[in-house]
Design a protein around this ligand. Structure first.
Ligand code: SF4
Ligand code: SF4
Length: 379
């Protein structure tokens, strides 16, 4: 989670200002939600790199006018996908390092400070009373088990249908699992430059996984998955459990007959939105599609899909601090789904569902998570 070597020093000089990061390569449809919303160079990856360069060289001093360009980015990584420069994989690292520096120099954005304070007080960014003991009692879950279902704060406190569908699927399949007194995974803090607090959360969660005796952690949240799978091991390099997104686990339950699909094929047109933290950041594109297909559903793809998918607009602290940008970005994604005449827009992340649902309000399209769809049609 901490960087010993400055990624800014490492990658900064490699941007050649070609502008490829603004569009999907050769399709020339927009790729950057931030640049598209603000319409100004500083809000594209190339502009942010230039900003970092000027700060590093002392040509620019930190002041509050830099906060919006630094933080109004969903860290969706589409710029990295489209950039052909050898530094491409370092763009989001540069942006996240800029954020850590901004927090050091000027403090977090007020909206980000609020959720950090909430996490300190209640263990979750929504300031909700922790409910894990209630969930264990309600569902008759043991204290220790082979699998821990890491619910994640958004599924637990804002998109409960995703939590309930996931629990229902695991119970139908007879999976040995439990829920621990989890803390926020730390993703909202890491993405907004507040890294120190995130490390403490990670250590607490790892202790909880260990005391539950779990050899596998399952989660239905793309942001939690990325954090647990790729950032927790960096803390002590000592994770003796496997981390899977639920889409990587459900296929085996269907294949082995532990989950039985009961409903005949759908009449509705269904499309799938790739969450950035699951797709571009973790390379998981096909598993959710395979699970959805094995349920007898034909996915009609949107024009921008898989590694080129347009972001839902919620990540990187944008939904809390730049609400208009988050909503406008999600509206575009809903329009992409409508352009293929979708009745249902599926995703595999509660934060995507939350933001896409806000944008689809009043529209004739249903936004669902893949686990909700699967729970409706399995026994
Ligand atoms: S970040 Fe990459 S794609 Fe964008 S201008 Fe620089 S070199 Fe070109
Ligand atoms: S991470 Fe996404 S929003 Fe941020 S600069 Fe890159 S493409 Fe734009």
């Amino acid at each position: 989670m901490t960087t010993n070597e400055s990624v800014i020093d490492k990658y900064l000089h490699r941007c050649i200002r070609c502008g490829n990061c603004k569009f999907v390569f050769r399709d020339y449809v927009p790729s950057c939600p931030s640049g598209e919303f603000f319409g100004f160079e500083t809000y594209y990856a190339s502009g942010r790199i230039r900003l970092a360069q000027a700060l590093e060289r002392g040509e620019l001093d930190w002041d509050s006018s830099l906060l919006a360009p630094v933080f109004a980015c969903t860290v969706c990584s589409n710029c990295e996908e489209q950039c052909l420069s050898p530094h491409a994989n370092g763009i989001v690292d540069i942006i996240e390092e800029l954020r850590r520096k901004a927090v050091n120099k000027l403090g977090p954005l007020p909206a980000h400070q609020t959720f950090a304070n909430n996490i300190l007080r209640t263990t979750n960014p929504y300031a909700e009373k922790p409910n894990h003991q209630n969930l264990r009692e309600k569902h008759g879950l043991p204290k220790s088990a082979e699998n821990v279902y890491f619910v994640g704060c958004t599924a637990n406190y804002r998109e409960e249908a995703i939590r309930d569908a996931t629990i229902s699927l695991l119970k139908k399949a007879g999976v040995d699992f439990t829920i621990v007194d989890e803390r926020c995974c730390g993703s909202p803090l890491i993405r907004t430059g507040q890294v120190d607090q995130a490390e403490a959360l990670a250590i607490s969660n790892k202790e909880l996984f260990e005391s539950a005796g779990a050899s596998r952690i399952l989660t239905s949240c793309a942001g939690c998955y990325r954090t647990l799978a790729s950032e927790y091991p960096a803390i002590d390099g000592n994770d003796d459990y496997e981390v899977l997104h639920i889409s990587q686990f459900l296929g085996s339950l269907i294949d082995s007959g532990m989950l039985v699909i009961e409903q005949p094929p759908f009449a509705e047109v269904i499309t799938y939105h790739d969450p950035c933290h699951l797709g571009r950041h973790m390379g998981i594109y096909e598993e959710p599609r395979q699970v959805i297909s094995s349920a007898g559903v034909d996915i009609i793809e949107m024009e921008s899909n898989r590694h080129n998918a347009w972001c839902c607009g919620s990540g990187g602290g944008v939904k809390s601090a730049f609400k208009d940008m988050a909503l406008e970005t999600a509206r575009k994604r809903v329009q992409h789904a409508q352009s293929v005449s979708a009745d249902i827009l599926l995703s595999a992340c509660p934060f995507c569902k939350l933001n896409l649902s806000d944008a689809a309000n009043g529209e004739d399209i249903e936004v669902l998570d893949m686990v909700e769809l699967l729970d409706r049609i399995t026994n």
